[in-house]
Design a protein around this ligand. Structure first.
Ligand code: PGA
Length: 255
């Protein structure tokens, strides 16, 4: 972490929880928020529970995010959700291009780019995910994959727009597997992402953008990951589903 960027920890609940457990967890986090310290915290529940969670965190520093959005503003797009709907229900953040959407649901960099431009236009703060698969890492292609996802997903973004996004580096092989990247492996990619921002934009943009690490972040590995100079927070899946697992990660980010 650096002094320049406020740490940011977000919980990605994925397709888990129900209305009652969403409300209870959100209320527990909101109640604990007084001790968060200097760190931004958000939770990203499934669409049906956004309103429930919005109500439970209302008035607390816990922010709301969605896990996806569609790029068109409205109309005949059965099953999709717009940026205006997310704002209407109280979202500040939206996760885009998560590896499960890229690799299970078939989202391309072009899809992520359309969503990113729509989210920025609407005033949402996008969390743009990038990350390599294990075979790509083993073939020495990590840098190339990250650069392609960065360039494709951020195509057409101005420096002013780029400075408003959050990037999440999530190695696919570390997501939900318990196999966490070492702090050195993660830091290497985070530093590469920051230099891509500097090359493409400028030093101010590179210094402003928060880059989260995601992939099996837990209480016991959070401090060493977050201790790296270019790791500015965490995008947490499994360990975001209970307050006991999630709050120590927030604490690690604050200290
Ligand atoms: P995990 O998921 O923490 O369960 O590995 C992280 C993510 O996919 O955002």
């Amino acid at each position: 972490m650096s002094d320049q960027r406020k740490p940011f920890v977000a919980g990605n609940w994925k397709m888990n929880m129900d209305a009652a457990s969403s409300r209870a967890l959100a209320a527990e986090l909101a109640a604990a928020a007084g001790s968060f310290g200097d760190v931004d915290v958000a939770v990203c529940p499934p669409f049906p529970y956004l309103a429930v969670v919005a109500e439970a965190v209302n008035g607390s520093p816990v922010e709301l995010g969605a896990q996806n959005v569609y790029h068109e503003p409205k109309g005949a797009f059965t099953g999709e959700v717009s940026t205006a709907m997310l704002l209407d229900v109280g979202c500040r953040y939206v996760i885009l291009g998560h590896s499960e959407r890229r690799h299970i649901l078939g989202e391309s960099d072009a899809d992520v780019n359309r969503k990113l431009l729509a989210a920025l236009d609407a005033g949402l703060c996008p969390i743009v995910c990038v990350g390599e698969k294990i075979e790509q890492r083993e073939a020495g292609e990590t840098g190339k994959v990250i650069r392609e996802q960065f360039e494709g997903s951020l195509a057409g973004l101005s420096a002013a727009q780029a400075s408003k996004i959050v990037i999440a580096y999530e190695p696919v092989w570390a997501i939900g597997t318990g196999k966490v990247a070492t702090p050195e492996q993660a830091e290497e990619v985070h530093a590469d992402l920051r230099s891509l921002l500097e090359q493409r934009y400028n030093a101010d943009v590179a210094a402003a953008v928060r880059i989260q690490y995601g992939g099996s972040v837990k209480a016991d590995n959070a401090a060493s990951l977050l201790g790296q100079p270019n790791i500015d927070g965490a995008l947490v899946g499994g360990a975001s589903l209970t307050a006991e697992a999630f709050l120590p990660i927030v604490e690690a980010a604050a200290s």
